[in-house]
Design a protein around this ligand. Structure first.
Ligand code: OOB
Length: 548
């Protein structure tokens, strides 16, 4: 493949950093970028799939035509309210029927949704409001026992640009989203090469970053994913992870399912109590989970008589899926497992249905697009030998060229020729499949040896008494380095002791310097807004107990 070295152009006023012209031409010629806006895509789907069911959420059922029409009405209502093309709008909604309507309304208007997660609170929302300069904030009245109107009042006090708060439900002092409704009107078509939406980065460290996605690249992301996952008009996709996250939204998720005429069921949560009855009632064929949720589903399936027989594929992504857990899915849940290694920044890797069972269990998939360009490099930036572990760098037709309004971050997160430095440590098999070996920064410095936390976790998770494990480095009181602490959620009433665990891992052939120095048994691990293990919170928790 030819190597393109033309520099990344400067960001546009919208905050989008465009691709160099020669790459844009290539992605268009290949048919990846088809010049349609996301709002136009819905128009096309509505023509094609008309009276088929598009969305099911609680008592709401919308056909493609109804979704199209509602989005037009809400877009007109938002315009009437004073929201203009280019305005940013914070969206913080649980999985509900109003989410797709609002999303497409904003996209048609050319206003930019900032897709925050329901679990975000004043720290994150305040920062995202400031960073995006949002003029409006759309919330549910309450969700999971939390009053979002209270949060909105706090945010409004600190974000002067925020002019409107729109509430789905009881609006209190604010405006009801249900009243944002007007006769559809002609709206200028947004530029498909420009900023369409902003995703929130999944990072568990530091301040949140905003990821600009264009109409062209996000449409491709969803369509190509639907294709790679072989979705079709018979697909019934259950979105039970928070729908504002890239995975359930477009990998292939809601947008990929709508692109092929399937139906999308929105579940209020991924709890088996919410998800299982919906799988049975709507004959769900596909869904997506983060790995920590899978053992809960497997346990629940043992005693819950729910009928999961329609389920064909369980996608697992967001953090590493242990191979043993992957292997147990078909028997336990009666469906295939598909590994997805993705990032809001772009690059997606999927295992494919014709991969060997071993690849499906052990690898995190291979890149979605023939135009994804991957480089795996050592700490000096030089490519590692084939099969060796290094940091994954990537550029391609749906991978960002710069974070939104973050010049300092962009100066270090991208190479001079536009590759995004993911911070993920991977190795690539001859087949092209990647194995995620950890994060560049998630290593434990033990007596001068650098130990990958992910490797220790994978090993510890193989112990029969362990349900989940997180490995963290804690300051070693005897020296400058760190000790390895394995934090364990046991599978049953018993948990391994530190001696027992060390013997088990030694028996498995793990090097002595990687053995845990300490074992903490806990009932749960702190999770991020999407449900990944939150290492930062865990470290804080442990350091606090260390002192005590
Ligand atoms: C997904 O997106 P984000 O933006 O919340 O997080 C991305 C990061 C990756 O850089 C990687 O560190 C980790 O999450 N990750 C995985 C993984 N999938 C994501 N680590 C190991 N194994 C995997 N399968 O998490 C995301 C976006 C789209 C689809 C799926 C996941």
């Amino acid at each position: 493949m030819t190597s393109h070295t033309s520099p990344t152009p400067a960001p546009r006023p919208s905050g989008l950093t465009p691709w160099p012209e020669e790459l844009a031409t290539r992605y268009t010629a290949a048919g990846h970028w088809d010049g349609r806006t996301l709002g136009t895509l819905l128009r096309d789907w509505s023509t094609r799939y008309a009276d088929r069911t598009a969305i099911i959420a609680g008592s709401t059922r919308l056909t493609y035509r109804q979704l199209d029409r509602r989005a037009d009405r809400m877009a007109a209502g938002l315009a009437e309210l004073g929201i203009r093309p280019g305005d940013r709008v914070l969206v913080q909604l649980p999985n509900s029927g109003v989410f797709p309507v609002l999303l497409f309304a904003l996209l048609r208007l050319g206003a930019v949704p900032v897709l925050t997660l329901p679990a975000h609170r004043s720290t994150e929302i305040g920062e995202l409001a400031r960073l995006s300069g949002a003029v409006a904030y759309v919330i549910a009245d309450e969700h999971g026992g939390f009053d979002h109107r209270q949060l909105a009042a706090d945010i409004r006090a600190q974000a002067p640009a925020l002019r409107y708060v729109l509430v789905d439900g009881e609006s209190g002092p604010f405006r009801a989203l249900a009243e944002v409704d007007a006769e559809p009107r002609e709206l200028p078509e947004p530029d498909p090469t420009d900023l369409a939406l902003l995703l929130v980065s999944g990072g568990t460290t530091g301040v949140p970053k905003l990821i600009p996605r264009t109409h062209n690249d996000y449409g491709y992301n969803a369509r190509a994913s639907a294709d790679a996952c072989a979705l079709d008009a018979d697909t019934v996709y259950l979105a039970c992870l928070p729908i504002a996250h890239n995975f359930p939204l477009a990998c292939p998720g809601m947008l990929g399912t709508l692109a092929v005429g399937g139906r999308v069921v929105l579940a209020p949560s991924p709890d088996p109590g919410d998800a299982f009855p919906l799988i049975a009632a709507e004959r769900v064929t596909h869904t997506a989970l983060v790995p920590p949720l899978i053992p809960l589903w497997i346990d629940a399936a043992e005693w819950d008589p729910a009928d999961l027989s329609s389920l064909r594929v369980l996608q697992a992504g967001g953090s590493k899926l242990p191979a043993d857990l992957a292997r147990s899915v078909p028997d336990a849940l009666g469906c295939a497992v598909q590994q997805v290694f993705g990032m809001a920044e772009g690059l997606l890797n999927y295992t494919r249905s014709d991969d060997t069972p071993d690849l499906v269990a052990r690898s995190q998939g291979r890149p979605l697009s023939a135009d994804d360009e991957l480089r795996i490099v050592d700490p000096t930036g030089r490519p590692v030998a084939p099969g060796e572990v290094g940091e994954l760098l990537v550029r391609g037709p749906y991978t960002l060229r710069g974070y939104y309004r973050a010049p300092e971050v962009n100066a270090t997160a991208f190479t001079h020729d536009g590759y995004y430095a993911s911070g993920d440590l991977v190795r690539q098999l001859p087949s092209g499949h990647l194995i995620v070996e950890g994060r560049v920064k998630d290593t434990i410095d033990r007596n001068g040896e650098s130990v990958s936390a992910e490797e220790v976790e994978g090993q510890v998770a193989a112990h029969p008494e362990v349900r989940r494990c997180a490995a963290v480095g804690l300051p070693d009181p005897r020296g400058g380095g760190e000790r390895i602490c394995a934090v364990i959620v046991p599978a049953g009433p018993r948990a391994p002791t530190v001696q027992g665990l060390r013997a088990f891992l030694t028996e498995r052939g793990l090097a002595a310097y990687k053995l845990p120095d300490r074992v903490d048994v806990v009932t749960d691990l702190p999770l991020t807004a999407i449900g990944k293990i939150d290492k930062r919170a865990l470290r804080t928790r442990l350091t606090a107990t260390d002192r005590g």
